[in-house]
Design a protein. Structure first.
Length: 609
């Protein structure tokens, strides 16, 4: 979900590995078109070395997996596009109540067949895939029956449209004319999506509707004149594309009126999930039904306290460099320690990019981070290209940056790290606050997270693992956890010196604060005032960043915890493995990344001695 929220740009992973049967729209249902004979000629493979005789259940599971994936992609055309299956590039899901019933029947049938396969008859890797699939099927039923996104979340529809159009415009997986024919088909289908949204949306939380209003403006801009460059390259399709874009813009403009005049006044739903629902949702998100939600929040609070002490040491080291004319103050009380840290952070905030330079600076940072990883032999660097681009207007809002990598089925591998400048309607004070937060040292850390050795590197490794099930159901906590772990690894090894180390420590505060926000908002009663105090006081965030995160936290229950949980679990795993006398960074990391993106409960068994 990416929604442009006024006054709210922040860091977060946004990419094709946010996977579920709902995919981005969160209301995926059956649609009418024939399924292809296979996945571009590819069938699911067992990722383990060939055995003399496979366990008895492997063949049954692989056949079930092949049927599931084929039907899954038929029902999820925009997700299919994102992972590299292009048989459905011109299609949308059918968003009717009958279609949703068909999806529920598909999930039930798949689950029944899956649970009939004896677990003892599966090899290790197929057993992991089967468990991940079973968990995901149960999560989908939970979403359909309890979360009800089709009725409760207008971002389901704006997110669907954006994710359906974007890859046809920004990627080059097929000849331009072919992609434009698919774009033509999807543009013609936009009015049907709008009609379904107007029919089904009931009483969502107000913040959901406010954010959808912002995002829909970007979609209108895209369809009403924003496709001129693409249309101009295809004279034979120009008339049809222009007409379809106009039709889509008209439908989206009608949707804007509906959102503002009809839905917003009746957006009376509670943005708080509530303790019981949050616990269920978080356990599914972490793929761990035994997790204690209160223990996670307690651990995050303890991490904030430890990180304050680490930041004091780093800030004391930096003081002579950034404040050479000022005497180092005493720092014995908690208030004095925070004041010293904030003073150094303020000094670093003065060295910052602006709208004209941030994308180019991020590209230079990517080159430097890549060279550093190679020089220190931390992990195998993928050969595929990674390009820094300016984030499209219609995808701004929930994150200041995202990593958009080619899917595992894509023949042409390409990755974009999108960086978002400030919106054009921000005043000078708000822009300054944003770039104080995302100063040059923070930008270096952000590129580590999004690209090298973070999301880009991990996803390229993941694509090499030959399991279509795991490719579809990659674990968000593992993916996010690796990116945060990558920040820790680079800072530990010396990337960017003490300046980047301090900003990385600040990012750890943000990671911990995210988990606390998630818990205390959705399983508690945290107010905006309390949330801002946590973020601005304990986590040293700028006002604009904190205000934006308050919105994101209300929009995305159970997602903000994944960063902290994933990072914490990966650190625990490393602490066990590195005790081995033959431990090496590269060998360990290459092994860790060699299994795709499994749930953390499975990676422990795969990697632990």
């Amino acid at each position: 979900m990416e929604a442009r929220a006024a006054g709210s740009l922040r860091l977060g992973y946004k990419g094709r590995m946010k996977l579920s049967l709902r995919s981005l729209p969160a209301v995926v249902v059956a649609f009418s078109c024939a399924a292809p004979a296979g996945l571009s000629g590819r069938t699911p493979e067992s990722p383990v070395a060939p055995l003399a005789q496979q366990p008895a259940g492997d063949d049954a599971f692989q056949k079930l997996a092949a049927r599931f994936i084929s039907e899954y992609l038929r029902r999820n055309p925009t997700h299919a596009t994102s992972i590299g299956e292009h048989a459905y590039d011109g299609n949308w899901p059918e968003l009717s109540i009958d279609g949703e019933a068909a999806t529920r029947a598909f999930i039930d049938k798949t689950g029944t067949e899956l649970r009939a396969i004896p677990a003892a008859g599966l090899s290790q890797q197929n057993s992991i895939d089967a468990q991940m699939l079973d968990s995901k099927l149960r999560e989908e039923l939970f979403a359909l029956d309890e979360l009800k996104p089709a009725e409760n979340n207008p971002l389901s529809y704006t997110g669907l449209i954006g994710s359906g159009l974007d890859p046809l415009i920004t990627r080059s997986f097929a000849p331009h004319a072919e992609r434009m024919r698919s774009l033509l088909s999807r543009l013609r289908g936009v009015p049907q999506i709008v009609a379904a949204a107007k029919l089904r949306l009931a009483h969502p939380p107000r913040v959901y509707t406010e954010t959808a209003i912002e995002q829909n403006r970007g979609l209108i801009h895209l369809c009403d004149g924003g496709l001129g460059k693409e249309i101009g390259q295809e004279p034979l399709l120009a008339a049809d594309l222009t007409a379809a874009a106009t039709q889509a813009a008209t439908a989206l403009s009608d949707f804007q009126i509906f959102l503002e005049k009809d839905l917003l006044p009746r957006s009376t739903g509670d943005f708080r999930a509530g303790r019981a629902l949050f616990e269920k949702k978080l356990r599914f998100a972490l793929d761990d039904q035994a997790v204690d939600i209160d223990s996670i929040a307690q651990g995050a609070r303890a991490l904030i306290e430890r990180t304050h002490e680490e930041m004091l040491v780093t800030s004391t080291e930096l003081w002579p460099q950034v404040l050479p004319k000022e005497k180092l103050p005493a720092a014995s009380t908690p208030a004095e320690k925070k004041a010293l840290i904030r003073k150094v952070l303020d000094a670093l905030a003065a060295d910052r990019p602006d709208n004209a330079t941030i994308v180019q600076q991020a590209a230079r940072d990517l080159d430097e981070a890549t060279a550093f990883v190679r020089a220190h032999d931390l992990v195998s660097v993928p050969e595929q290209p990674c390009q820094v681009i300016e984030m499209p207007e219609y995808r701004r809002g929930v994150a200041v940056a995202y990593c958009d990598s080619s899917g595992p089925l894509e023949k042409k591998q390409e990755t974009f790290v999108a960086i978002s400048p400030t919106p054009s309607d921000w005043n000078a004070e708000r822009k300054q606050s944003f770039y104080r937060e995302y100063n040059n040292s923070m930008l270096e850390d952000l590129i580590v997270h999004e690209a090298m050795p973070g999301h880009f590197l991990q996803l390229m490794h993941s694509n090499q693992f030959k399991s279509d099930v795991r490719s579809l159901l990659g674990s968000g906590p593992f993916i996010e956890g690796w990116a945060v772990y990558g920040e820790w690894l680079m800072a530990k090894t010396g990337f960017g010196g003490a300046r980047v180390r301090l900003l990385r420590q600040k990012m750890i505060l943000r990671t911990a604060a995210n988990a606390i926000l998630d818990h205390d908002i959705h399983a508690g009663t945290m107010t905006e005032k309390e949330a801002l105090a946590l973020m601005m006081g304990d986590a040293f965030q700028e006002e604009g960043e904190a205000t934006g995160k308050w919105r994101r936290a209300r929009l995305s229950s159970a997602q903000l915890t994944t960063y902290y949980y994933g990072f914490s679990e990966l650190l625990k795993l490393r602490a066990r493995v590195e005790k081995s006398p033959d431990f090496s960074e590269r060998a360990y990391h290459d092994k860790l990344l060699s299994f795709g993106s499994p749930s953390l409960r499975h990676i422990r068994a795969l990697v632990s001695p």
